[in-house]
Ligand binder design. Structure first.
Ligand SMILES: [Zn+2]
Ligand SMILES: [Zn+2]
Length: 137
């Protein structure tokens, strides 16, 4: 069973065939798929699954915090099943490939108190940009 599927089961999320397929498609390392890509892969397993069902299921999984929505400038939002291990992203500015990376140290503590403006800071998103090895050639 996939990690995401297992997490959804554990929290008692009502599992339908459609939800199961969406969760299966989103499993693995470095997975950052657009809703269209999720739909295309879901159809290969469950031909009758509609685009609306895929979008709704993704939205619900984001709401309950089991997947992350990753915004990459100018490109379609991507969905990331790696929601429980804090990580940042390395993004290729040419082809859009995304890798999960784990910078050393706590990025939250990297912001000096004087730059917090009284905010109770709870999350950090860091995006490292550049060219992937294929695009750098
Ligand atoms: Zn690239
Ligand atoms: Zn990620």
């Amino acid at each position: 069973m996939s990690d995401l599927l297992e997490r959804l089961r554990d929290r008692g999320w009502r599992m339908t065939a459609q939800r199961r397929v969406v969760a299966e498609v989103l499993d693995g390392e470095h997975v950052h798929l657009t809703a269209e890509e999720v739909h295309a892969r879901a159809i290969a397993r469950l031909p009758e699954i509609s685009r609306a069902t895929v979008y709704n299921t993704l939205g619900e999984m984001v709401t309950i915090g089991e997947i992350l929505e990753v915004a990459t400038d100018g490109r379609a939002k991507r969905y990331d099943p790696n929601a429980h291990r804090p990580h940042q992203h390395l993004v290729c500015s040419s082809c859009g490939t995304i890798r999960d990376v784990h910078p050393q140290g706590d990025p939250l503590s990297a912001l000096p108190a004087g730059e917090r403006f009284g905010f109770a800071v709870s999350a950090v998103e860091v995006t490292y940009r550049g060219l992937c090895p294929d695009c750098a050639r």
